[in-house]
Design a binder for this molecule. Sequence first.
Ligand SMILES: Cc1cc2nc3c(=O)[nH]c(=O)nc-3n(C[C@H](O)[C@H](O)[C@H](O)COP(=O)(O)OP(=O)(O)OC[C@H]3O[C@@H](n4cnc5c(N)ncnc54)[C@H](O)[C@@H]3O)c2cc1C
Length: 361
Amino acid sequence: MLRCEAGVLLKDIQRLAVPRGWMLAVTPGSWLVTVGGAIANDVHGKNHHAYGTFGDHVQSLVLQRTDGERLTCSRDINPDWFLASVGGLGLTGLIVEAQLQLRPVAGPLLDVETQAFEGLGQFYQMAEQATTSWEYSVAWIDCVHPGSRRGIFMQANHSSASAKKHDDGAPPKFNLAFTPPVSLVNKLTLKPFNAAYYHLHKRRSGKSVSHYQPYFYPLDTIADWNRMYGPKGFYQYQCLIPGTDSRSVVEELLDVISAAKKGSFLAVLKVFAERQAAGLLSFPAEGTTLALDFPNRGQETHDLFDRLDSIIESVGGRLYPAKDARMPKHLFISGYPRLDEFLGYRDPGISSALSRRLLGS
Ligand SMILES: Cc1cc2nc3c(=O)[nH]c(=O)nc-3n(C[C@H](O)[C@H](O)[C@H](O)COP(=O)(O)OP(=O)(O)OC[C@H]3O[C@@H](n4cnc5c(N)ncnc54)[C@H](O)[C@@H]3O)c2cc1C
């Protein structure tokens, strides 16, 4: 059990715990995230079917309200405040401290298997098979390929092999030292980038052993990677398509993206299992999540998001607030049916750009 201040980075926890045979049970795709941020968004990793979300491993938290009250919350003490604050987007108060249950691991290594897939049918088959024998699974999809929906499926388990040294926390291997004047992800580069990524990983498919750091946190190996999108930056669109039969909806979303002649280099597909959500506003629920990064091209990018939103809304899906900078209020309301319950726990002294846009204050 780890007790820490909420400002501690996940990186510091992993570096402290792994050499001692412990690890965070759930970790997002970056370790440059604080414990408070991970709880406030009830973040997920690549092992939702096995370990749920970050909030599932929080034993208790201390909430500082702006009226001076300090509440200790857990599943037994102030359980309603706990449920509202896990995934509560920082709107119930400031989380100042937490107790996390870590999980034991033999070492820092993972046994990884990489496979190429052709078509979403094959992706879903691999995801289904992975649930029984692999703890981690995630797929990258080539969303600009004109033919079948091809991609790379990566699954992993903790390895019993011991590492010669714990080189956790190695500094980033690459550095985008300056912001290019235009996005490096554009019409000219997207297809070759995606094709190269697909073929490189297809050629390397099979079994391998990997340190957890590049497997869990690939983008953290490139310092300031977001600069590749140029001065206008990018948006990430991450949605949840609920239910066990999400294939045709994923297909439709990808068709709309292709028809708009837009594409993403970082396109990730994950299947979430059926589990009780840890918080009132937790994003994960049974279904498929698709996350895509798009360079910011102003109105044309927003027009595409509007089309994707209507598909998501029509199937009762939701967008992930942790990644959001533009979702319309009605989609937030329809996507989070426990929102009304949550509102009773808001700290009236706290608002954010997101709360002002989505909740009016
Ligand atoms: C490269 C990359 C990969 C990612 N991969 C994943 C992934 O796989 N899965 C996933 O779920 N997410 C993922 N994320 C999103 C990330 O995990 C969340 O956005 C996380 O909340 C960021 O934490 P932070 O400490 O940077 O918080 P901030 O960005 O500073 O804050 C985010 C929100 O949390 C609230 N908050 C922060 N600290 C506290 C606190 N102490 N008390 C109360 N509220 C607080 C803030 O008010 C704000 O609403 C990824 C992000 C990046 C950049």
